[in-house]
Design a protein around this ligand. Structure first.
Ligand code: GLV
Length: 345
């Protein structure tokens, strides 16, 4: 899947060394957001970088203009950058590869990219632990009313310890249902199991026994929902999963259940979840992702029983470095004519 013109200036030594920076004419990369220092330094060393100077979110038009103006060979984008069929159609022919600084690829029309012969790579694996950690953080924060506790202390409303103050829920012996048992779902299950939770999961296909780690498989989500004292969304956003957690499915959850979402906001019908959080049918929620980010449904801001994070699943220094370096690894492989291990289209 490598364009012929790249092969002209890739020497055997460069291929063997994987040393893109040694090429006479470095490939140019439009980098849509500011990258961590180590990532930026390696990009600068090995590529002609077209940066986004003030780190604002590019519109589709800005992204297309940047690619055209630079006659870019590659784009390093993020989960927030629009890369639908129209944007892909408007990219200059010079663009041969796109790496997204994310595991989720719902912002990219992979079929359109493939049809144009553009190789797309993402960053799986390197962010699994960080995302599973934040799922656990949200689970604990929702169950133990972390937002209310924090507010009580900060505002001075805390007048002292009482046996009945700010009572949350135990995790031990509770059933946790995980919708989507990919890498992150499995890493979260492992953590939750260590907290004494009983893991159930619904996935396209059943995992092998070892990967299951004792979790109970449900083919049918409707059958799993009534068991879920805790319910977590770990599935990708697709046309099929959009609005997945709607009023009907929420009604199937047990009274007082706790909902966690670290996947994509589009999987939740916000009106339905907010109504359930108000009625108490859902006792609490921990949410890291939202439909229409950053303009989230204002109803969430009013609710004390929802713990909110700004799409920070992979936001650790170590993980963000690894994600950026994985994008560069994908470019290095592509421009050296090697297979791109993280290719998704
Ligand atoms: C972030 O949301 C990602 O998909 O990596």
């Amino acid at each position: 899947m490598i364009g012929d013109h790249y092969l002209i200036w890739v020497t055997t030594d460069e291929i063997l060394c994987g040393n893109i920076g040694a090429m006479q004419d470095k490939p140019s990369v439009v980098v849509t957001r500011r990258m961590p220092e180590a990532v930026h330094a390696r990009l600068l060393r090995d590529y002609r970088v077209v940066p986004n100077e003030d780190d604002h979110a590019f519109s589709a038009e800005e992204l297309i203009s940047a690619a055209r103006d630079a006659q870019a060979d590659a784009l390093l984008i993020c989960a927030t950058d629009p890369m639908d069929a129209d944007v892909i159609a408007a990219l200059p022919d010079s663009v041969k590869t796109i790496a997204t600084f994310a595991v989720g690829v719902d912002n990219i029309d992979l079929a359109a990219a493939k049809a144009r012969g553009i190789v797309v790579a993402n960053t799986p694996d390197v962010l699994t632990d960080a995302c599973a950690d934040i799922a656990m953080l949200l689970t604990l924060a929702a169950a133990r009313r972390a937002y209310e506790g924090d507010q009580m202390v900060r505002t001075g409303a805390w007048v002292g310890w009482r046996p009945t103050q700010l009572l949350g829920r135990d995790l031990q012996r509770k059933r946790l249902g995980i919708f989507g048992m990919g890498r992150i779902g499995r890493a979260y299950a492992k953590r939750a199991k260590a907290f004494g939770m009983k893991i159930h999961y619904c996935n396209r296909s059943r995992l092998d026994r070892r990967s299951e780690g004792g979790a109970i498989f449900h083919q049918d989500i409707e059958e799993m929902l009534p068991l879920c004292e805790f319910f977590s969304i770990n599935a990708p956003a697709t046309p099929e999963t959009k609005g997945f957690l709607n009023a009907e499915r929420i009604a199937r959850l047990p009274e007082g259940s706790i909902v966690v979402n670290i996947a994509r906001g589009d999987l939740i019908n916000d009106e339905a979840l907010i109504a359930a959080l108000k009625s108490g049918h859902v006792a609490a929620a921990g949410l890291d992702v939202f439909a229409g980010e950053p303009d989230i449904h204002p109803g969430y801001r009013e609710l004390p029983n929802v713990f909110l994070m700004p799409h920070a699943g992979s936001a650790t220094i170590e993980t963000r470095d690894r994600m950026g370096l994985a994008c560069i690894d994908a470019f290095d492989a592509f421009f050296s004519g090697r297979p791109v291990p993280t290719q998704v289209a």
